[in-house]
Design a protein around this ligand. Structure first.
Ligand code: ZN
Length: 199
């Protein structure tokens, strides 16, 4: 971008901060916004504002929510005795799309990653232990990603829960080691759920 206005430069700078967007792509997006109808561009701006103002974490499971509880926790038809532990809300979404899991979730909001300085305290593990201690679950399914850090996180949690009267299971290894839940297709996720194994 050789010559431009301050406003356009600012827009390019903002786009360039997004993950996976380099300077060239940021410029392309900015020019796209300049070209489209004002209402379309403002709809984008407004959807960003709405998400930031309305979306928060569910007070029970830490999924994304627009009220105190997320839609999964609000649904009383779900099996309240099954709990599936995932790293991120997008992993929960992937499992929901498989349509195979009838229970509740707990979202850790990350994984233990010592090299990045992320310890158990920065995740929602305390809240998880409290939920399990309350004693309503009969089975806890570890569905952290099959990566070194995901496995380490699952191990840490299973040690914490080992004394409690629940069955701990892990998704079957249909998922290729290292692949991330959110990118795994529905059928493989469904197989991994139905073939889960005791820890
Ligand atoms: Zn929830």
């Amino acid at each position: 971008m050789v010559q431009t206005t301050d406003s356009v430069t600012r827009l390019v700078d903002e786009f360039a901060k997004l993950p996976g967007i380099g300077r060239k792509s940021a410029e392309r997006l900015a020019y796209h916004i300049l070209r489209v109808h004002e209402s379309e561009a403002l709809a984008l701006a407004d959807s960003i504002r709405t998400v930031k103002q309305n979306v928060r974490y569910c007070s029970q499971c830490f999924n994304l929510a627009e009220s105190e509880l997320c839609t999964v926790c609000q649904d009383t038809r779900r099996d309240q005795t099954l709990l599936c532990i995932v790293e991120q809300p997008r992993d929960l979404m992937a499992l929901e799309q498989s349509g195979m899991f009838p229970g509740l979730y707990h979202v850790l909001l990350g994984r233990i990653a010592p090299l990045e300085g992320i310890g158990p305290d920065q995740l929602t593990i305390d809240a998880l232990v409290d939920r399990v201690r309350a004693g309503k679950f009969r089975e806890i399914i570890m569905a952290t990603n099959p990566t070194t850090e995901g496995d380490g996180t699952a191990l840490h949690i299973s040690n914490l829960l080992a004394e409690l009267p629940v069955t701990l299971t892990r998704l079957a290894r249909g998922i290729t080691s290292g692949s991330v839940l959110e990118f795994t297709n529905k059928e493989i996720l469904a197989d991994a759920l139905s073939g889960r194994q005791k820890l």
